[in-house]
Design a protein around this ligand. Sequence first.
Ligand SMILES: *[C@@H]1O[C@H](CO)[C@@H](O)[C@H](O)[C@H]1NC(C)=O
Ligand SMILES: *[C@@H]1O[C@H](CO)[C@@H](O)[C@H](O)[C@H]1NC(C)=O
Ligand SMILES: *[C@@H]1O[C@H](CO)[C@@H](O)[C@H](O)[C@H]1NC(C)=O
Ligand SMILES: *[C@@H]1O[C@H](CO)[C@@H](O)[C@H](O)[C@H]1NC(C)=O
Ligand SMILES: *[C@@H]1O[C@H](CO)[C@@H](O)[C@H](O)[C@H]1NC(C)=O
Ligand SMILES: *[C@@H]1O[C@H](CO)[C@@H](O)[C@H](O)[C@H]1NC(C)=O
Ligand SMILES: *[C@@H]1O[C@H](CO)[C@@H](O)[C@H](O)[C@H]1NC(C)=O
Ligand SMILES: *[C@@H]1O[C@H](CO)[C@@H](O)[C@H](O)[C@H]1NC(C)=O
Ligand SMILES: *[C@@H]1O[C@H](CO)[C@@H](O)[C@H](O)[C@H]1NC(C)=O
Ligand SMILES: *[C@@H]1O[C@H](CO)[C@@H](O)[C@H](O)[C@H]1NC(C)=O
Ligand SMILES: *[C@@H]1O[C@H](CO)[C@@H](O)[C@H](O)[C@H]1NC(C)=O
Ligand SMILES: *[C@@H]1O[C@H](CO)[C@@H](O)[C@H](O)[C@H]1NC(C)=O
Length: 478
Amino acid sequence: MVISIRNALFLGSVAHQAAAQCSQASNVDLTWHAPNQTNINNLSFVVNGTGSEGMYNTSITPATTAYSTYNWCNMPHVRRQEYPTAPSGYDLVYVELIHRHHKRTPYASNTFPHETYAWYCDNEALFFYGAPRPDGTSAQVAWQVYTTDSNPLAPQGFNGTCQFPQISGAGLNDSRQHGKDLYGVYHDLLGFLPSSYDASKITYRVTNNVITSQVVGQVIEAQYPTLTDQNVGVAIQPDSIDSLEPAYTCTASTNLYASYSVGSSAANWTLHLNDSVALYAKLDSVSGVNTSDSGWHNWFDHYFDNLSARLCHQKPLPCQIGNSSNCITQADADAVFRRGQYEYSFIYRDSPSSLPMSTGSFGIWTAELASNLRAAINGTNSTIYRHNVAHDGSVSRLLSILQVDVMVWPGMGSEVVFELYSKGGCYYLRTLWGGQVLRSSNPSLGLVDMIPVQTFLSYIDGLAGVKGAKIPGLCSGS
Ligand SMILES: *[C@@H]1O[C@H](CO)[C@@H](O)[C@H](O)[C@H]1NC(C)=O
Ligand SMILES: *[C@@H]1O[C@H](CO)[C@@H](O)[C@H](O)[C@H]1NC(C)=O
Ligand SMILES: *[C@@H]1O[C@H](CO)[C@@H](O)[C@H](O)[C@H]1NC(C)=O
Ligand SMILES: *[C@@H]1O[C@H](CO)[C@@H](O)[C@H](O)[C@H]1NC(C)=O
Ligand SMILES: *[C@@H]1O[C@H](CO)[C@@H](O)[C@H](O)[C@H]1NC(C)=O
Ligand SMILES: *[C@@H]1O[C@H](CO)[C@@H](O)[C@H](O)[C@H]1NC(C)=O
Ligand SMILES: *[C@@H]1O[C@H](CO)[C@@H](O)[C@H](O)[C@H]1NC(C)=O
Ligand SMILES: *[C@@H]1O[C@H](CO)[C@@H](O)[C@H](O)[C@H]1NC(C)=O
Ligand SMILES: *[C@@H]1O[C@H](CO)[C@@H](O)[C@H](O)[C@H]1NC(C)=O
Ligand SMILES: *[C@@H]1O[C@H](CO)[C@@H](O)[C@H](O)[C@H]1NC(C)=O
Ligand SMILES: *[C@@H]1O[C@H](CO)[C@@H](O)[C@H](O)[C@H]1NC(C)=O
Ligand SMILES: *[C@@H]1O[C@H](CO)[C@@H](O)[C@H](O)[C@H]1NC(C)=O
């Protein structure tokens, strides 16, 4: 389906009309376009190749490696050293960014049945408390995780002190550095962010999963140190309709996902699983995971999370309990990582179903973004910076809707930034992914480098509807 910008636009104000007059009256293509062919989505390379592209065992990308290189433990983001400064004449008007939380322990569901190494979290504290208003005070209550020998359900031999999942101490440090790097560009370099925190200009937003709040506390601390130990409101939507996590119900999208990807028997999905029988046998023999447990065998997600969380925290790859000669090797781990990347590319980009699946399940957030851009253009909201802390499920759906040219599994801290510029009374959008300009396989978006903002708004309106009006319809049904 192709719609005309003129028809799609809501010309509600003089500012809107001015912005519309600035852009060409071209058609916006709302259809799916295949991503580039690379090793990531090349099944021969995935099942018969060796090694893994990028890094999985450190948060620090070595100075000898390009900063833009894929790093699962700490993905590249906007920072001063690599920031592509806009050409002169373009004035930055509004910034909205979204990033995945930083590195963490695994989810409980991704730990092996037989634990050989404990996860200790004594190098950090997680606070949970409430304070009545207007007095606003409380003891700073921190969780201290423990188990007892009288709790027969505690994992065997588990001595750890982490709440699965939680951002690790090192992941909190990465979060703080991420906040500093952004401030280094949007305040220090561009003078765009104010020097003191101003709630009428700056909004931080989190999801209902507490790990995003753990991250944003460090981001805010980094950007506005005067807020240390101070009360800061962060935006959050009710759990049942949270568009950022995303947590709202979208039955049609859930069903579509299940029809072509995880759990489906579609031939082009099961191909890579059937080609991985020997690898699975090896992994299961070490982990003790039941070979008929579908959660671990419908896709590589659980093994990927287990092994990468371990490597990112400099823990050794595991051996079978009681058999120290049967261990997961680096080659096995690389084989898991190649498959994980392939799966994310398949689910979110290679399959033509990826676009409707992601539009249904994340379209509301993109509609909110479009409204925020409009409000910044027509001056109806004073916010100049919205900072969203989210999940791989959020960032991968966004990249799916944007039709990024090369899809990857968004690693820890993965970031997409939308920058709105004005020039000569017209508005333009630039989108940065991993700190560099994003290229879309969709020809209407292409290299998202100062494209007329109307093109982007028409694309989002066309898919999700103005103010997300199409989403309830897209989500109902089978
Ligand atoms: C994807 O392909 C396009 C068109 O050939 C090319 O311009 C772009 O650089 C490729 N993207 C990456 C990340 O290699
Ligand atoms: C992997 O290599 C095997 C053995 O050479 C071959 O039979 C198989 O077709 C290859 N798989 C893919 C997906 O290329
Ligand atoms: C896919 O990978 C195989 C094995 O590395 C290689 O021979 C082939 O040329 C690749 N195909 C594409 C389209 O890049
Ligand atoms: C990290 O992984 C790379 C690639 O597998 C490997 O060369 C390097 O030795 C590893 N570093 C550590 C500290 O394990
Ligand atoms: C747990 O602690 C006990 C007692 O200190 C120790 O013997 C055991 O090896 C520990 N287990 C793990 C998995 O760290
Ligand atoms: C966090 O960074 C601080 C300052 O560099 C360092 O002292 C501390 O050891 C780090 N903590 C963790 C858990 O990595
Ligand atoms: C993979 O194996 C399953 C179970 O044996 C089978 O149903 C499916 O058709 C196979 N897929 C392909 C592409 O051969
Ligand atoms: C593995 O799971 C299957 C199906 O739930 C169950 O029948 C079987 O007993 C399990 N095997 C082990 C070793 O726990
Ligand atoms: C993965 O499995 C190992 C081995 O049983 C376990 O010790 C560990 O806690 C699990 N999680 C991670 C991220 O390593
Ligand atoms: C997978 O197969 C389905 C059904 O034949 C097809 O519509 C789809 O395009 C295929 N997806 C990919 C990524 O090849
Ligand atoms: C400004 O943008 C907001 C958000 O899209 C919209 O609700 C509002 O109607 C617009 N105001 C005018 C005057 O166009
Ligand atoms: C502007 O946006 C902020 C944050 O999203 C919101 O809290 C505020 O109510 C909005 N202000 C107006 C005037 O709409």
